[in-house]
Design a binder for this molecule. Structure first.
Ligand code: 6GU
Length: 236
């Protein structure tokens, strides 16, 4: 699986993606390529942006430059990869989206937006011709799509085979996708006057399982009423 990130800040990668299980999978389970948009600028100054028509603050990334960078990224693939444009104007990223993206074994191209935006025409073209999807990671605005791209890569790789060899934990997590995780404990049994819940020491697997589910329900109800409502809806 090849993941290509198209960005004006190539030095931000692989960054955190070179660590942990994801990093260990690089070169074995997946590969990362970076396309520097600036290499596709057509003038001496390497201009990638310009002032917006109609006025307004900031700069807009030029359609011709972004288009050439994207075409270069596409040339790395035999078949059609997923194409994702990171933008706060996109649909909100989810586990389900990540699962769908990771089904494409060809991999993905992730375009990172910057500044006040990207010329709408190149977005329209790639959406129409290559089914590019616009994706946001939540209701807040970051300076650019690079960190969101890392979030998407991390999440998608958790669903691709080989990295998460601990099958049990993926299955368990996917069942409880609408519930938050139950709390975890490890040694020592008593720390700073706090004890590990005794049920976890009981050896009664049925009791432990129902305790975990109850804890998951409780924390979800308290912290995420939106998820709780969805969970109850899906159970009915
Ligand atoms: Cl994808 N980009 C930016 N710049 N800000 C965001 C985002 C993306 N998702 C949430 N906020």
């Amino acid at each position: 699986m090849l993941i290509t990130v198209v960005t004006i800040f190539p030095e931000m990668f692989p960054g955190p993606l070179s660590h942990s299980l994801i990093g260990k999978g690089i070169g074995r389970i997946w590969n990362l390529k970076i396309v520097d948009i600036r290499n596709f600028a057509e003038d001496k100054r390497n201009t990638v942006d310009d002032t917006p028509y109609g006025g307004g603050p900031g700069m807009v990334m030029k359609p011709d430059v972004v288009h050439e960078a994207m075409n270069h990224a596409l040339s790395f693939y035999k078949n059609k990869p997923e194409i994702v444009f990171m933008t706060p104007r996109g649909g909100v990223f989810s586990n389900k989206m990540a699962k769908d993206f990771s089904k494409n074994h060809e991999g993905m191209i992730i375009l990172c937006g910057r500044y006040e935006g990207v010329d709408q025409r190149v977005i329209d073209y790639w959406k129409k011709k290559y089914e590019m999807k616009e994706v946001s990671i939540g209701d807040y605005v970051l300076f650019g799509g690079e960190i969101p791209a890392m979030v998407v890569v991390d999440t998608c790789l958790r669903f691709s085979s080989g990295i998460m060899n601990n099958i049990e934990s993926t299955v368990e997590e996917s069942f409880s996708i609408d519930l938050l995780e139950y709390p975890q404990y490890t040694k020592p049994m008593t720390w700073n006057g706090y004890d590990v819940p005794s049920v976890l020491l009981s050896g009664n697997h049925g009791k432990i399982a129902s305790w975990k589910l109850e804890q998951s329900k409780q924390v979800t109800r308290d912290v995420r009423p939106d998820l709780w409502a969805r969970f109850k809806n899906n159970r009915e």
